[in-house]
Design a protein around this ligand. Structure first.
Ligand code: B1M
Length: 234
């Protein structure tokens, strides 16, 4: 259990100190330490969602700020992302282990030119936890990939993620193509990612912009319920 390098024993820290230490460990890309921290918080009765948002996403925000400011570079950020994924892998089955009724189906993917997937993975996890079936197309998806998945999977929802200001306009390419093919209104289109906002979502013709994974789940639930009610009424 002990950390040989600096003798910090994670299990001996109180919750606040442990979360601070996890921020440092995430920053340093220490996957095993992050996994250990997640397990300790679980043993202490923390909810998986709180560990995700407070310890992991909180730590990644610090990484993001220093990446932006030129203090961290791509290799370090990749290590941090890898450590974060280690923690998320432990939490995933716990978030999904609910008795949530089947809510609907979502196809989700990060758009063409963009390889960021942590936020999308988090949304997928939370949606599965809420009872949605999720088909995850991964990263760097061209419009054809979304169209093929919609055709074969017949989801209720199409979700798109973009983390770069240069890739977010591609969401409009996908929506415009859906319009051209006359299938836009067959799906609920939800979009998200750090550089987006409500206005952008409206401007490109999405049904909603989702600030985070929790909002994505709530929005999806409401819109699917509305869609099903309309189906019953008509
Ligand atoms: Co990138 N990167 N990165 N990066 N990276 C950002 C996005 C950046 C803001 C960093 C910065 O400068 N501060 C910046 C973008 C600037 C801009 O466009 N305005 C940036 C840049 C510039 C780049 C490169 C161009 C760097 C370079 O090569 N010079 C390059 C681009 C590569 C490419 O995609 N073509 C690049 C590369 C990388 C890594 C590979 C090193 C790594 C990605 C690893 C991976 O994802 N597997 C990486 C990372 C980790 C980041 C930061 C640090 C963290 C992103 C993250 O995972 N956040 C990021 C800084 C930041 O965002 N503050 C940054 C945690 C995650 C939980 O949040 O993804 O926002 P987020 O998801 C949230 C919500 O946005 C929402 O819910 C999620 C959960 O609550 N959401 C959705 C997201 N998708 C949704 C979809 C939905 C609904 C909600 O659908 C329904």
């Amino acid at each position: 259990m002990s950390d040989d390098e600096d003798d910090i024993i994670l299990s001996e820290l109180n919750d606040e100190e442990l979360v601070e230490q996890m921020f440092d460990d995430l920053y340093d890309g220490l996957k095993e330490e992050i996994e250990e921290g997640v397990n300790i918080l679980l043993e202490r009765g923390w909810q998986p969602y709180d560990i995700l948002t407070k310890a992991l996403v909180g730590g990644m925000t610090i990484v993001g700020n220093d990446f932006r400011d030129g203090i961290l570079f791509v290799p370090e950020v990749l290590l941090a992302a890898n450590a974060m994924k280690g923690g998320m892998a432990i939490l995933k089955p716990l978030l999904i282990e609910t008795d949530a009724p089947r809510m609907g189906k979502m196809v989700i993917g990060t758009v063409k030119g963009d390889i960021h997937d942590i936020g999308k993975n988090l949304v997928s996890m939370m949606m599965e936890g809420a009872g949605f079936e999720v088909i995850d197309l991964g990263i760097n998806n061209a419009v054809e990939a979304y169209l093929e998945a919609m055709e074969s999977e017949k989801p209720d929802i199409l979700g798109m993620s973009a983390l770069l200001t240069t890739t977010m306009p591609y969401m409009k390419v996908v929506i415009d193509t859906m319009k051209e093919q006359g299938i836009r209104d067959d799906y609920i289109v939800l979009v998200g990612g750090a550089p987006l906002n409500e206005e952008f979502g409206k401007a490109i013709g999405a049904d909603a912009y989702c600030r985070d994974a929790a909002v994505a789940v709530e929005t999806a639930k409401q819109m699917v319920a509305r869609k099903h009610n309309q189906g019953v009424a008509s």
